[in-house]
Design a protein around this ligand. Structure first.
Ligand code: ARG
Ligand code: MN
Ligand code: MN
Length: 303
């Protein structure tokens, strides 16, 4: 366990589903809590503080003002509220553990971490997708496909908000792991960016251990190191309860090893787990897997 980071965790729920079009991911925080998160972290010696949920409006009560980035003003407000809680947790010496919600909330988490650190940091982004679209390039208008671009400070005219410290992430300190679905503009951006990308094809060739070790080397540095775990990085047979499943994902064991390596590196100051949708799930299996992975990433070992 890291000496640099206290053995205290603050759980923060972000039940936002405005970043995509399927209802149910707003119940992700409840599903993950119900799967035994707090008990599991207590078992491995953490002092756990439960911060409850940030407020997130229901889509039925809202109108879409711009189809290029649906519900963006409301998403930015929710992200700013989340950023304040994340910043507060860090200032109290705890590791923020953020439960989504769709991946749009990562913008709030990262902005909160950057505000607490007073500078941008690094992120290991474990996902089937790049989430590097901007409102101008998105094929869907779903903001959950944009949070990494926003955190990097791209398209600032769209994402500017008083409560969000941007850019929150240093472009040369991003690593993507588990990638198998990119849109044309994301692919074009990654050709020139100094981002380490480990696609599923790379992972098949070099193995998850080398991929994650190299990813961690790439994101290490000042400010903060954060892990953003999109559950659709896992194969849909392992994690069926996600809104944008893509075949050919991480196995259960690869995902565990990735999380164990993250813990062993002692680099991690914060973690988030997103996209768990209990409506699409089978008997909460995706949330149960999420709890196991969080425990591994925070230092649970077999022996
Ligand atoms: N966090 C996610 N699951 N993102 C999926 C994004 C899918 C697609 N790239 C889009 O922009 O709409
Ligand atoms: Mn994804
Ligand atoms: Mn994602």
């Amino acid at each position: 366990m890291s000496s640099e980071h206290a053995k205290a965790v603050s759980i923060i729920g972000a039940p936002l589903d405005l970043g995509q079009t399927r209802r149910g991911v707003d119940m992700g925080p409840s599903a993950i809590r119900y799967a035994g998160l707090e008990e599991r972290l207590a078992e491995i010696g953490y002092a756990v503080t439960e911060r409850g949920n940030v407020a997130a409006p229901e889509p039925e009560a809202l109108t879409v003002r711009d189809a290029r980035a649906r519900y963006l003003p409301e998403i930015l407000d929710a992200c700013a509220a989340l950023a304040a809680l994340v910043e507060g947790a860090v200032r109290e010496g705890a590791r923020p553990l953020v439960l989504g919600g769709d991946h749009a909330i990562a913008l709030g988490t990262l902005a909160g971490l950057a505000a607490a650190a007073g500078q941008p940091g690094g992120v290991i982004w474990i996902d089937a997708h790049g989430d590097l679209n901007t409102p101008e390039t998105s094929p869907s208008g779903n903001v959950h496909g944009m949070p990494l671009a926003a955190a990097l400070g791209r398209a600032p005219e769209w994402f500017r908000h008083d409560g969000l410290a941007l850019p929150a992430v240093t472009p040369s300190r991003v690593a993507l792991v588990g990638i198998r679905s990119l849109d044309p503009a994301e692919r074009a951006y990654l050709r020139d960016a100094d981002i380490r990308v480990f696609t599923m094809s790379d992972i098949d060739r070099i193995g998850i251990e080398r991929a994650v070790r190299e990813a961690l080397d790439h994101v290490a540095g000042p400010g903060f190191v954060h892990a953003s775990l999109d559950l659709d990085s896992l194969d849909p047979e392992v994690a069926p309860g996600v809104g944008t499943p893509v075949r050919g994902g991480l196995t259960y064991r690869e995902a565990h090893l990735a999380c164990e390596l993250i813990a062993e590196s002692e680099l991690l100051g914060s973690l988030e787990v997103v996209e768990a949708n209990p409506i699409l799930d089978r008997e909460n299996t995706t949330a149960l897997t999420a709890v196991e992975l969080v425990a591994s990433a925070l230092g649970k070992t077999i022996l």
